[in-house]
Design a protein around this ligand. Structure first.
Ligand code: SF4
Length: 448
């Protein structure tokens, strides 16, 4: 901590931030860095050297909760009485559990800022350090998009994440996002394009547009297709990705643009969540499995080489064996290139937590996820093998050579990982690669 010359008081000046959960949280940590750097805080990479440790938390998955609780205790323990530290919680979990967190004396949290309150962080920190009181702001905003904050990105070079909208209006019954991040609001296309131009000037080759429900982006009369088209006109940016969309927002106009525009990567993350109609209704996903399959057919008819990934939840309340089989069938019919699979776990404050007891035993959830995992692994391997012999354009990622000596990682347009023998290339280069082998985890290839 730094002494203040006027009154010899100590003020925290160095910050360490740890990020949990999704890419949006990573992006938000970059915003926080930018906001606090303007206020003369310095970021350090050693947690033990920091005056303030901030944990940017996630409320989506239970293990994220456990991790954060454990981390707070271990920080306090490691620092002891002689080396004090302020601890602040940011993010979705901070919003959702603020009361518990502030009242839990064993946790000793100094300040809490929700996802729409990061501009108030300098003030919250001052209140906590000067006045020694717990300070918090978890107010949700209908307007905050941080369009006036340029994130302080840590990983320079190849891909930049960029939030174009925040919040969600969908209220899927299992999800906390509408409560922790509020309603949907979007940045103006001009503001987004300005940031993309800046990223191109800094040497980034790819941008990934982010939003909790990214394809419901809307600013005045402009929709997501318009935004993607505008972003694709920025010179120097060669690849554009987006995540996460909702299946309800894929108009033909957007798919036609994807098909025609070579800069928009041919990959869609299309969350299925469940393949049984009763469960989909209980989740309030607003589509049936037939509609989901029709959408997949439409996407593949327009963009034959599209790669599809998904999210699936098993063991939603009351899900029977037969209903789980429906999910397996839909997953097999679609043949996703990859899938993130989760066991249902109740999240405080959600509609499901109020209406549906979490009644599928843990052992059944485990059995189901193992079966799904096994089947998806085979499908992924099959889809990957189909690329053997093809020539693909690969964007090389930055690689710490020491980690995998003699190898370079890259990504295909469809977002598949390709491992290549080390060559005279660097992260950010596009190279043509012949795919020589495939595993359930990715591809292997040689530059041609
Ligand atoms: S669309 Fe996504 S973020 Fe929004 S409520 Fe549903 S699962 Fe949550």
């Amino acid at each position: 901590m730094q002494p203040n010359s006027s009154n010899n008081k100590w003020f925290p000046k160095t910050v360490y931030i740890a990020t949990y959960g999704c890419q949006m949280n990573e992006y938000d940590s970059e915003l926080v860095r930018s906001i606090l750097k303007k206020d003369n805080y310095e970021f350090v990479t050693d947690e033990l050297a920091a005056d303030i440790v901030m944990l940017n938390t996630c409320a989506i998955r239970e293990h994220a909760h456990r991790k954060v609780y454990g981390r707070v205790h271990s920080i306090r323990h490691a620092r002891g009485k002689d080396n004090p530290v302020m601890i602040g919680l940011l993010g979705c979990m901070a919003t959702n559990l603020r009361q518990d967190l502030l009242e839990d004396r064993s946790l000793k949290i100094d300040f809490i800022a929700g996802p729409d309150s990061y501009k108030r962080l300098p003030q919250l920190i001052r209140e906590a350090s000067d006045e020694g009181r717990k300070s918090y702001d978890v107010t949700l905003s209908e307007f905050e998009t941080y369009s006036d904050v340029y994130p302080s990105r840590t990983q320079g070079g190849v891909n930049a994440w960029l939030a174009v909208m925040r919040g969600c209006n969908n209220f899927c019954t299992f999800c906390v996002v509408p409560y922790t991040r509020g309603r949907e609001r979007s940045r103006s296309p001009e503001n987004v394009v300005d940031e993309v131009r800046r990223l191109a000037a800094e040497g980034f080759k790819q941008v990934t547009l982010l939003g909790q429900n990214v394809n419901s982006y809307r600013f005045e009369d402009h929709d997501f297709a318009y935004l993607m088209d505008e972003v694709s006109k920025v010179e120097g940016i060669e690849r554009i990705r987006f995540t996460s969309p909702h299946p309800k927002d894929f108009p033909d106009r957007f798919l036609d643009l994807m098909a025609a525009n070579p800069k928009i990567c041919k990959h869609i993350h299309l969350p299925l969540q469940a393949g049984n109609n009763r469960i989909l209704t209980m989740m309030d996903r607003t589509y049936t499995n037939e509609e989901f399959l029709d959408l997949v057919d439409k996407i593949r008819a327009k963009i034959p080489d599209i790669a599809l990934s998904t999210d699936i939840i098993v063991g939603f309340p009351t899900e029977t064996d037969g209903e789980f089989e429906d999910t397996l069938q839909v997953a097999a019919k679609v043949g996703f290139d990859s899938a993130f699979m989760f066991k249902y776990s109740e999240r405080q404050g959600t509609i499901a937590s109020k209406k549906y007891p979490d009644d599928v035993p843990e052992s059944i959830k485990t059995e189901r996820i193992m079966r799904l995992n096994e089947i998806q692994k085979e499908i992924t391997h099959l889809r990957n093998r189909a690329h053997i012999g093809q020539i693909q354009t690969v964007l090389l990622e930055p690689y710490p050579e020491a980690k995998n000596p003699g190898q370079m990682p890259g990504r295909t347009d469809g977002n598949k990982l390709v491992i290549l023998p080390l060559g005279p290339y660097k992260g950010g280069d596009f190279i043509k690669v012949r795919i020589t082998d495939a595993t359930p985890h990715g591809l292997k290839g040689h530059p041609v």
